[in-house]
Ligand binder design. Structure first.
Ligand SMILES: O=C(CO)[C@@H](O)[C@H](O)COP(=O)(O)O
Length: 219
């Protein structure tokens, strides 16, 4: 599939979300961060708002669930029409069963890992998932600094995906910008979530194009 850009709408203007989504119509996905103030210390939005976003988004929706009990909630996001639903390994009680349920609902199943969670115990799940999300900041807030220490983890994940022969995407999220995206791509990431880098730019489309170009040149 190649390089994909998934702007996070976390720091967009929710009072005019339709307009904010139009600004990223040249992206591959719209990344929607669902936080419950339990799994992470922040509270954002839930299923009813995601349903509204799905009605107006010009691009497929990539939901990142930073919530407890994803086993209960994640399938509803897929059923509502999110084409990619990512839940956290640290929160899921039965990740294989959940990933299968998401795929059955016609969504891509993503498994996310916090920065301190090792990837190795989850590599055996590669055949069950479509994407591994390596968090490059502590989840909860936009605008944080990229954690350089995640680069070896991305590299090991890419090697494992290559060895498996599977087409599992590797997404990075947190502090991704024109300053960091090349290192992420070089390490093996192929799906890039960027919040402030895109929504903080005057011209979101130009920012998406620049990020795409830098990543493509680096991998
Ligand atoms: O999931 C998260 C934060 O937990 C992210 O999606 C952020 O929203 C990314 O924002 P930037 O770091 O790119 O500003």
């Amino acid at each position: 599939m190649g390089i994909q850009i998934s702007p996070s709408i976390l720091n967009s203007d929710f009072s005019r979300i339709g307009h904010e989504l139009e600004r990223i119509s040249s992206a591959d996905w719209a990344h929607v961060d669902v936080m419950d103030n339990h799994f992470v210390p922040n509270l954002t939005l839930g299923l009813p708002v995601v349903e509204s976003i799905l009605k107006v988004s010009p691009v497929p929706v990539d939901c990142h669930l930073m919530i407890e009990d994803p086993d209960r909630w994640a399938p509803a996001f897929a059923e509502a029409g999110a084409k990619s639903v990512t839940f956290h390994a640290e929160a899921a009680a039965a990740p294989i069963r959940l990933a299968r349920e998401l795929r059955k609902q016609d969504a891509r199943a993503g498994l996310a890992l916090k920065p301190t969670t090792a990837v190795e115990p989850y590599l055996e799940l590669l055949p069950e998932i479509d994407m591994l999300l390596i968090m490059t900041v502590e989840p909860g807030f936009g605008g944080q600094s990229f954690l350089e220490s995640m680069l070896p983890k991305i590299r090991r994940t890419r090697q494992a995906v290559k060895d498996s022969g599977l087409d599992v995407w590797i997404q990075v999220d947190g502090g991704v910008s024109v300053k960091t995206i090349e290192r992420c791509a070089e390490a093996g990431a192929d799906v890039f979530v960027a919040g402030s880098a895109v929504y903080g730019a005057q011209d979101a489309a130009a920012s998406i194009a620049e990020l795409r170009e830098l990543a493509a040149q680096a991998c």
